[in-house]
Design a protein around this ligand. Sequence first.
Ligand SMILES: Nc1nc2c(ncn2[C@@H]2O[C@H](COP(=O)(O)OP(=O)(O)OP(=O)(O)O)[C@@H](O)[C@H]2O)c(=O)[nH]1
Ligand SMILES: [Mg+2]
Length: 236
Amino acid sequence: MSFINTKAGEIGVKVVYFGPALAGKSTNIRTLHRKTRPALRGRLDEIAGVEPMLSFDFAPDTLPRIADRYRVRLHLVTVPGPVLSPVSRKLVLKGVDAVVFVADTQEEGGELVRFEDNVESMQQLLTLLDDLGVDSAVMPMVLQYNKRDLVEGTALLPQESGHSQPIVLSTLEALDEAINPNGLPTVEAVATEGVGVMDTLRIVVKDLLEPLRAEYEGSGDRYPIAAGSSGGWPRV
Ligand SMILES: Nc1nc2c(ncn2[C@@H]2O[C@H](COP(=O)(O)OP(=O)(O)OP(=O)(O)O)[C@@H](O)[C@H]2O)c(=O)[nH]1
Ligand SMILES: [Mg+2]
């Protein structure tokens, strides 16, 4: 649910990075924080502990203003990795405007991520959105297929990972079939190297602009504002 800050001249939207443990959600957020200009972004907030979370906000200067005057400020937040309690994930999802689902294309090896974890995590996401009354069919969502640098059959060095079994990768076709039946946009990524990270965010934000315009420029119905008008009151 977006919110308007008239004093700052901004509309805030919440983009949640969801996905199974160790898929690379935090790496995405850290990379984005590093790559954005300090003048445009807030501080990287980190909550440590058993349910770690990361967040920061960022107002891209390349986005068009909404209702001629409001900048869009993105509030990017990760859900906690270990699924101790779905309640905390649900709380993070409260008020969500868009989701980046980070899937791990590594099936086995090293940190032992499994194909089923992606499937379970997607099911959990859809259930939680439903619980929150969010229509997942219309909410902007992008799937990021991460860890595309890993090479099938090679072994991670024991000192890096603590494991030495060979890496098995999920095929993108199998993942698409299992977690993307409706053909959401997908981006292949290597979050540790920054590959695909900006592209993922760009796609989801592009899909957010239309609903924001509809909401604040009243393009639909009750309180229409003339196109190009700078004096109208946005609908809040
Ligand atoms: N090889 C490779 N490793 C990656 C990539 N992205 C993340 N990792 C590694 O995967 C591990 C988990 O990354 P995180 O970003 O902490 O994952 P997360 O989804 O935030 O994990 P939780 O918060 O525990 O759920 C770390 O060791 C990362 O360095 C990638 O693209 N390639
Ligand atoms: Mg994390």
